[in-house]
Ligand binder design. Structure first.
Ligand code: BYC
Ligand code: FE
Ligand code: FE
Length: 489
């Protein structure tokens, strides 16, 4: 049976400080796993199942390649990363929690001001289990969605970034399985096994949330996914980092440090594609750049429309009693709860949310507690818009007249108020007939997908880029762009 061992090139050393990760252990951790035999046994019996899953469902065709990966070596802010050539199955997946905050108290809900819980309060067990399982399910799902992309990477730099994202999503699964094994006994072990059994896109045993059953067939989709869908990860993890259940909070705080890189991959990936499109538009004085091997801005807009809309669905319904119960229980807070100036209980507060009044989208006031999903969705939308502004800056710098935009939040929705209605990207409610006539202008159509697929040819020479993407501004960890980031076998 395989179990992970440190690579000679990793130079990972034994723990000296309490919050340093112990790499001598079979499962690297900073939670004192060797002092908890029961938990250690549970995780050690899950580890081979995880590795089997990784070999079956992880990146296809590259398990034997050396990849320039970063590994967490400490959870202290700054200087936590080590870089070296690693074969992915030997990546040191483990359990890393952010340091505890002395005297931390519950920040919101009925228990506001109470000391945080290190064990699960019995009354919240079911809620917490469900949240942890839902969170955990997305992590292996994304690895499954991306497993064939290695065959068509536009450069070795991008190939390496894909694999970095994949191993870290694998580690995020470990993070949730740790909580299930440590705090939910036998049920937790069953859930941990089920996390390895569901499969993205499989109608018999699908992943839990919609976006995680969509295919990620090409690299434009991959960058959109890491820009928009990983950003849902940022917002959900941030609300769970507020949790009164301290192990969940500490776990999510460390996961957020990894999440930032995933969104960087998405934002910079789209930016480089936009840049290439603009360069070709200037060079050939046309916006029909497909013939020049670039992706036209109109197609990029359609991919934005798709990935934005499936990602906003991930926030759930506008009105949710689940969300109200999570908040009142002190289980799941708002984004940056401590920065919000109110009573953090919300018993009497109201909040404005969109609603449909016939064919018109209006704003109505609702009890704030019941519309927390919508509020978080709004935070997400504002954050998403920032990257678009940076992409539009690139377009303007090339003197091209075109502006990328986010579609209306009601566009192409499958969850909540707008599900079952057709909303155009500009926010107009339209008929079935208009929708059917226009949908191919708003979402990637068969022709767009075939064109994108035709561009997906691997580029494997260090420093070379596919025709449709500009080189990155710089390499990884101070290495040059033409560094040999993945040693192909
Ligand atoms: N698809 O009351 P509601 C990440 C279900 S991404 C399918 O509005 P609630 C990552 C819902 O489950 C972050 N079903 O729901 C990114 C409920 O089902 P039941 C993932 C959906 O509970 C990239 C029913 O509809 N983390 O980490 O308020 C790569 C009623 O809805 C969907 C989390 O999501 C959907 N889109 O909110 C790798 C955090 N939306 O009970 C990783 C944990 C809703 O009727 N999860 N439903 O069977 C949660 O906080 C909540 O479960 C949700 C839903 C926000 C997802
Ligand atoms: Fe993740
Ligand atoms: Fe992520």
């Amino acid at each position: 049976m395989h179990h992970a061992k440190p690579q000679a090139s990793q130079h990972l050393t034994k723990a000296t400080k309490p919050m340093t990760i112990d790499y001598q252990e079979r499962i690297p951790n900073n939670v004192g796993l060797s002092d908890n035999r029961r938990l250690q046994r549970a995780l050690e019996s899950w580890q081979p199942k995880y590795l089997d899953w990784w070999r079956d469902m992880g990146p296809e065709g590259f398990q034997a390649s050396d990849v320039y990966l970063r590994t967490a070596i400490s959870v202290e802010p700054g200087g936590w990363a080590h870089y070296g050539m690693v074969k992915m199955p030997d990546y040191r997946w483990g359990i890393f929690l952010a340091p505890p905050e002395a005297g931390r108290v519950v920040g919101f809900g009925d228990h506001k001001g109470d000391p945080v819980w290190t064990d699960i309060p019995g009354e919240y067990r079911a809620m917490l289990r469900r949240l942890i399982v839902t969170q955990g399910d997305t992590e292996p799902a994304s690895v499954e969605q991306q497993r064939l992309l290695g065959h068509t990477a536009p450069s070795l730099y991008d190939l390496r970034n894909l694999f970095q994202v994949n191993v870290e999503e694998g580690r995020h699964l470990w993070a949730m399985v740790y909580l299930l094994d440590a705090h939910f006994g036998r049920d937790g072990r069953e859930e941990a096994d089920m996390l390895l059994e569901r499969r993205s896109g499989d109608p018999e045993k699908p992943r839990i949330l919609g976006a995680f059953n969509e295919p990620t067939p090409d690299w434009l989709s991959f960058y959109m996914f890491t820009y928009f869908t990983d950003r849902d990860g940022k917002y959900q993890l941030a609300t769970l980092a507020e949790s009164g259940f301290d192990p969940l909070s500490r776990t999510c705080r460390f996961m957020l440090t990894e999440e930032a890189h995933h969104m960087f991959v998405g934002e910079s990936g789209v930016q480089r594609i936009v840049q290439r499109a603009c360069e070709m538009m200037r060079e050939h004085d046309t916006d029909q750049v497909r013939g020049h091997g670039a992706i036209d801005l109109g197609t990029i807009q359609k991919y934005i429309n798709f990935h934005f809309s499936v990602s906003v669905d991930l926030f759930g319904q506008e009105r949710s009693t689940n969300a109200a119960n999570y908040y009142t229980g002190g289980i799941k807070g708002r984004f940056r709860e401590d920065k919000i100036d109110d009573d953090h209980r919300l018993a009497d507060a109201v909040y404005a949310v969109p609603a449909l009044d016939g064919d018109t989208i209006v704003t109505v006031e609702a009890p704030a507690l019941t519309v927390l999903n919508e509020r978080l969705r709004e935070d997400f939308i504002a954050d998403s818009a920032r990257g678009l502004a940076r992409w539009n800056k690139v377009i303007a710098e090339h003197d091209v007249e075109f502006e990328l935009s986010l579609p209306h939040r009601g566009f192409n929705r499958a969850i909540g108020t707008f599900a079952g209605h057709h909303v155009a990207p500009d926010g107009a409610v339209v008929s079935d007939a208009v929708w059917n006539q226009r949908v191919g202008d708003w979402l990637p159509n068969a022709d767009d997908k075939a064109f994108i697929a035709s561009l997906m040819r691997p580029v494997t020479e260090p420093g070379k880029m596919a025709s449709w993407i500009a080189p990155p501004a710089r390499g990884i960890n101070g290495q040059p762009v033409d560094y040999d980031y993945v040693h192909l076998t």
